[in-house]
Design a protein around this ligand. Structure first.
Ligand SMILES: *[C@@H]1O[C@H](CO)[C@@H](O)[C@H](O)[C@H]1NC(C)=O
Ligand SMILES: *[C@@H]1O[C@H](CO)[C@@H](O)[C@H](O)[C@H]1NC(C)=O
Length: 241
């Protein structure tokens, strides 16, 4: 009898755990993901429709945080094929954004980072020249050479809020707490004009053709939650997409 009871309990627990890990497809327009805890348990996985096979990429997102001491990791992407990766971090002690692309690394100085405000970030990179450029809140960086000049190939694993190290584990030395919103990935280098539209958010901007926040397949892990943007911040700008 005892073993039956524990069997039922196990079934119940697994059932609960299973139901929490639901992958859904939704429009997240005017929505944010909230990351309330400093833990390696909390993250969002984004699922693309296709494997990667492109030589240009643009990643755009907005984040909101009050983290001042630990390295922030809003976004990381790995692919198994080339074991390449694409990581965006903010390092508080040096006040730099750091990009890791295909195991190359570059730090960007003097770009805006505002605590308790939305920061809009776009990163572009193309394999031809191997050059990356960042745009933060309408300030463009210089271009820097990063990584092998190889196209992105293979099945991506795209994670918001955790640093994926080489063995697909997460690193406790990188965190994200706060809000993330409007994540779009494009299979091309967007022009500064298109990026400006994204930054301003007021105007209709181009939606991602690889990952589209307005038609997003995602899985939530841990205590992250999807919430309305106007319920968590005084967000007054209205996109018309
Ligand atoms: C990601 O980049 C880091 C830093 O270059 C590297 O150590 C790590 O192995 C890479 N991970 C994958 C899965 O490519
Ligand atoms: C992915 O596929 C779904 C379902 O067919 C489609 O609605 C969506 O627009 C696609 N997403 C992208 C980014 O192409």
């Amino acid at each position: 009898m005892k073993s039956l009871a524990s069997y039922v309990l196990v079934l119940l627990c697994c059932g609960l755990a299973w139901s929490e890990l639901k992958t859904v497809r939704k429009c997240l327009r005017e929505k944010v993901v909230t990351f309330p805890k400093q833990t390696t348990e909390d993250y969002v996985q984004l699922h693309s429709n296709e494997t990667m096979d492109f030589s240009e990429i643009t990643v755009c997102l907005r984040f909101y945080t009050d983290e001042e001491s630990t390295t922030l990791i809003p976004f990381s992407l790995t692919t198994t094929f080339y074991s390449t990766n694409f990581t965006l971090t903010w390092s508080p002690p040096t006040k730099q954004y750091v990009l890791t692309i295909q195991n190359g690394k570059a730090a960007f100085n003097g770009l805006p980072f505002n605590l308790n405000q939305w920061n809009s970030v776009c990163v572009t990179w193309e394999a031809g020249s191997g050059r990356a450029q960042m745009f933060v809140n309408e300030v463009p960086s210089v271009k820097k050479a990063i990584g092998f000049k190889e196209p992105f190939k293979g099945e991506p694993k795209i994670i918001l809020g955790q640093f994926q190290d080489g063995h697909f584990g997460f690193s406790p030395y990188y965190v994200f707490t706060g809000f993330i919103s409007d994540v779009h990935i494009y299979k091309e280098v967007l022009t500064p004009r298109l990026i400006k539209n994204y930054m301003e958010a007021k105007i209709k901007y181009k939606l991602g053709d690889f990952i589209n926040w307005h038609n997003l397949k995602y899985t939530l892990f841990g205590s992250v939650q999807v919430e309305e943007k106007q319920h968590v911040t005084f967000y007054t700008k209205q996109e018309v997409n």
